[in-house]
Design a protein around this ligand. Structure first.
Ligand SMILES: [Zn+2]
Length: 81
């Protein structure tokens, strides 16, 4: 799928856009068509993005564990007071 990253020359907004054949990309913010094409997402989305996502998932899992441990700690104290 041809997903491209653009920067709007009108408002400098950067966005990703799926460009269908026969359609002209336009800025979602100002509807401007004066766009600068940046790197293709699909060609960049290999390892960097995946590893970052993995890292975020790990962080989230760690946080959940911490919250759980905290909750168990609280429960312990409630039971023993
Ligand atoms: Zn714009």
């Amino acid at each position: 799928m041809p997903i491209y990253e653009y920067e709007c020359r009108g408002c400098r907004k950067q966005f990703e856009l799926l460009v269908l054949p026969g359609t002209d990309p336009a800025c979602p913010a100002c509807q401007g068509a004066d766009l600068e094409k940046l790197l293709s997402i699909s060609s960049v989305s290999s390892d960097g993005t995946r590893q970052r996502n993995l890292g975020l998932a790990r962080q989230a899992a760690k946080k959940i564990q911490r919250d759980k441990a905290h909750a168990e700690h609280e429960a312990y104290h409630h039971h023993h007071h």
